[in-house]
Write a protein that binds this ligand. Structure first.
Ligand code: MTE
Length: 328
């Protein structure tokens, strides 16, 4: 990916978002041995104590839901959430241009209704679902996650969305389904970036089934309590907080359940630079820059990058026994 100088980001918080933050009370203390352990081992060196970003269920979640696993496993929160302005003005969305400011400028007229998502491949219940039919059966939850881009910048984003595993359960995947691919809409008329061969369009990425079914994995439909802005991937996008941001496919129109590891856009474009797994890993550098540190948008000094972006206690077991240097 292209590395560019960051534009100036206004650090002042605007009224509606402070009101939103106060209302939702994002920053809370949570207990649990796991949380204390993560704080001590992963965040200790940063001077953050046992603070971390947590997921917050909306309406408390339901017993046995994905939410329970997330909230009990996660550490307490004390990282500053990025401003709405940061999150919606500094974007990667090559369909709308390669500069960070391009998506906001060029995506405003993008039509996100009507919208449908096709589910195909190794599932008992394939189909094409209108946006409302896909989303309405589910409880939308609040999740505050770090987003770490492979380009070594990061943000903390208050998403609203649906645990992907709840949605996937409705399609009844077959045991032979080992991966799921996510495809962005192909619409060069509306997406000026797709008229140039910057990438092999449409944008595709994929997860292993156990990653897709992990309780942290989210289909986001909003942020800051508002519908997802076009530049952030409206009307629905993937969010996989322990992986580099390029795995989080925007404007999804297709989910395909397949038996073997699919070809993905960034991996195909530069396999030495962008692995299939793309787990945030401070010990495995990008060939052209270090991944050990990152620039949190809105901060002056670089901070240390955390293994699995700070979610190691929840996801490291998915990769037990794997060589993370080879499977980067
Ligand atoms: N999805 C599509 N369709 N096209 C893209 O260019 N960029 C990815 C990811 N999803 C991208 C995409 C990258 S590199 C990152 S870091 C995140 O979106 C950025 O998400 P944000 O702009 O909402 O912060």
């Amino acid at each position: 990916m292209l590395i560019r100088r960051p534009p100036d980001i206004a650090s002042s918080e605007i009224t509606p978002e402070s009101a939103y933050l106060a209302r939702r009370e994002f920053i809370v203390r949570a207990g649990g041995l796991g949380a204390a352990f993560v704080g001590a081992t992963l965040l200790g060196g940063l001077g953050c104590g046992t603070d971390d970003v947590r997921a917050e269920p909306r309406d408390g979640g339901s017993p046995g839901s994905a939410t329970d696993a997330v909230t009990t496993a996660q550490a307490s929160a004390q990282e500053k959430v990025n401003s709405y302005e940061d999150i919606t003005s500094y974007n990667n969305y090559y369909e709308f241009g390669t500069d960070k400011a391009d998506p906001r400028e060029n995506a405003q007229q993008f039509r996100t209704r009507p919208w449908s998502v096709t589910v195909d491949g190794l599932v008992k219940k394939p189909g094409t679902f209108a946006f409302d039919d896909l989303v309405k059966p589910h409880t939308v939850e609040d999740r505050v996650y770090r987003l770490r881009c492979v380009e070594a910048w990061s943000m903390v984003i208050p998403w609203q969305g649906i645990p992907l595993r709840d949605m996937i359960a409705r399609f009844e995947p077959l045991p032979s389904a080992k991966f799921v691919t996510f495809t962005t809409v192909l619409d060069p008329q509306q997406m000026p970036g797709q008229r140039r061969q910057v990438l092999d369009w449409p944008y595709v990425d994929a997860l292993r089934m156990d990653e897709a079914m992990h309780p942290l994995t989210l289909i986001a439909t909003g942020l800051y309590g508002k519908p997802l802005p076009n530049q952030n991937g409206a009307p629905l996008r993937l969010v996989v907080p322990w992986k580099y941001g390029f795995k989080s496919v925007k404007a999804i129109v297709k989910m395909s359940f397949v038996a073997s590891q699919p070809t993905t856009t960034w991996n195909a474009s530069a396999p030495d630079e962008y692995g299939f797994y793309a787990n945030v890993n401070p010990e495995v550098d990008h060939p052209r820059w270090t991944q050990s540190r990152e620039r949190r948008i809105g901060e002056f000094r670089r901070r240390e990058t955390l293994m699995f972006n700070g979610y190691a206690d929840q996801v490291a077991s998915l990769y037990r026994g794997m060589d993370l240097r080879r499977n980067f």
